[in-house]
Design a protein around this ligand. Sequence first.
Ligand code: ADP
Ligand code: SF4
Length: 694
Amino acid sequence: MRDPRYDILFEPVKIGPKTTKNRFYQVPHCTALGTFSPHATAKFREIKAEGGWGVVNTELCMIHPSSDSSPSGGERLWSDDDKPGLQLMVEAVQKHGALAGCELTHQGALAGNRMSRERPMSASPRPAMDVPAVVRQMDKQDISDVRRWHRAAARRARDIGFDIVYVYASHMMGLPGDFITQRVNRRTDEYGGVIENRARLLRELIEDTKEEIGSDCAVAVRFGVDEGLGDAGYTCSGDGRRVVEMLAELPDLWDVNVQNINLDVMTARFADEGWQEPFTAFVKQVTTKPVVAVGRYTSPDRMVSLIKNGLVDLIGAARPSIADPFLPKKIEEGRIEDIRECIGCNTCLSMQYMGGAIRCTQNPTTGEEWRRGWHPERIPAKMSDERILVIGGGPAGLEAALTLGKRGYSVALSERSNFLGGRSVLESALPGLSTYRRVADYRIGQIHKLANVDIYLGSEIEASDVADFDFTTIVVATGSTWDRDGIGKANRFPVNGWDQPHVITPDNVMAGRTIEGPVVINDDEGYYLGGVIAEKLAKQGLDVTLLTPDPEPSPLLKYTSEREAVHQTLLKLGVKLVTARRLVEIGADEVEAHCIYTGKAIRLPAATVVMVCLRSPNDSLLHDLRRTVAENPPMFTVHAIGDCFAPGTMADAVHSGHRVGREMDQTPIGDINYLIEKPFVREANGWDQFASGR
Ligand code: ADP
Ligand code: SF4
């Protein structure tokens, strides 16, 4: 039962004409599903409502084709044709007693309009961000058009039943925000100059929306109160505060954050929980309207203190609600230890930029609610008496053991080392990655509750051992090993000199090997570990060079919004960045690298070379087991999961562990790694056909 300390979190809050049943507020957040996947979206949001969130919002919902976010997801209320898709979500959310909110948006300068071919427009002209175009300056007719489109979209949102309708001016992609910042707005008319003028469009959109639908729906404003750029932008003690003061009582709710999305969504590597508080804390002092703010909060104690200290009225969450859609229910039921805490890795966000569907490291059911029918808290009971051995207790093996255990199978988990967690624990000792440990901690805690899962530590399994037991299924989750030979994205053959003792890998670094400088880190992978190791070694006082064939360090981290933070951190620590160079030769105390464009050679001193290139699956046991099965059928079935099948992200490993657990007992189709023929259903021929009834 609920701890009375947390009662305050379950108090209702009035938001204009609506009342939310509690203070758990899923702020709008992207999913890469949206308008193209209405059923998946509806189920994804419904699960959160079922999990107890009092308010569940959409993601950015575009009001007009001049704000077209394709090819990434996003919602649309461009016309009445878009209503049925979003109506699915409204009904699904409200079924569980939650309020449904819609974040109406015009993206202004940020709209790429790749599909609609409308010209991007904003307060003042500038080159567009991601498309080769100039953002044109809006004239009075454009402004009046935007107001008209916003009103029309608000009516549509109201008509399909939304409880809360937003005016969006945040994350550098809400048009009224473009007008507010002088970095964009160079106008000399009544929409430019003094802050009263620059905030005029925001005021007008709030007033329009209130007038249009204000008696039926609550009107919320999402506003980045500080650009997070110091004196280079507006701040929460200057114009940001002034805007909230001027418009304080106009909306029914203030949803506040930091304007620069890369700062607002910072990963745990670069920002602790609640880091936005110094920026947003003032808002409650200048308005009587309810205030919601985010901070990657997962602890109910912290949530209570935020409310008691008068920082917010509602606990805003995007990532914590993805990692655990049932977070409120678990607090309500006194099951705090069951909360699956977000690790702040931004894998979820990366899918918005990469394209695809939302996924989560901690919650493998994310994005799979509709298409695979995976519920984060419910799982079908076992359909046979399989006795299952899971070999390897990393993220994949732990998730497989947990999922199979929850289904009721008899499971043994053997782990060679004397700890569980594999790479999630090893990497958690690196700078900024301490939260990665939560991947192991959550699963270990849950497995300990299951009487049918036995864990054997210090238990290295060989193929010959398995025949001695009577397991019917073996799940191999033995992970992967970093290679030393330098084969990577740019180098397709081993690098000359790779087999010298001073050439090491991330595995050696994580195992605590003493390292001599100067160090060259050859990052031919481009994800996070090269930069993290550079940070670690530089903090130890070593002379560090990060060498990469890519044009920048850790290029894949642009998708997790970490590009600026990575550069800042490495440059501040004095790490030398040598980009667009391919490692070609390793000598006794220096390396040679060639420019990838001209071939021009440079030499860098190196007492140690760390190769962050390719990982190879630890699959010798897997092959031995497959041979055993081939020679003596049908002894047992073998499945490979996680990095041992194909090295990937931790999210991939957890997902594959979950999948083997879900799909156990379903009709196999021959390939031993894929258990069922149609792993997921697809939206019927795309949303456009669904909408027009074809
Ligand atoms: P993944 O991300 O796929 O879970 P990890 O590398 O994090 O991979 O975890 C793999 C785990 O498997 C490690 O904890 C490792 O110690 C363990 N392991 C590897 N080989 C064996 C084996 N033969 N018997 C038992 N455990 C093993
Ligand atoms: Fe949190 Fe990472 Fe899951 Fe996103 S992907 S919700 S940041 S654990």
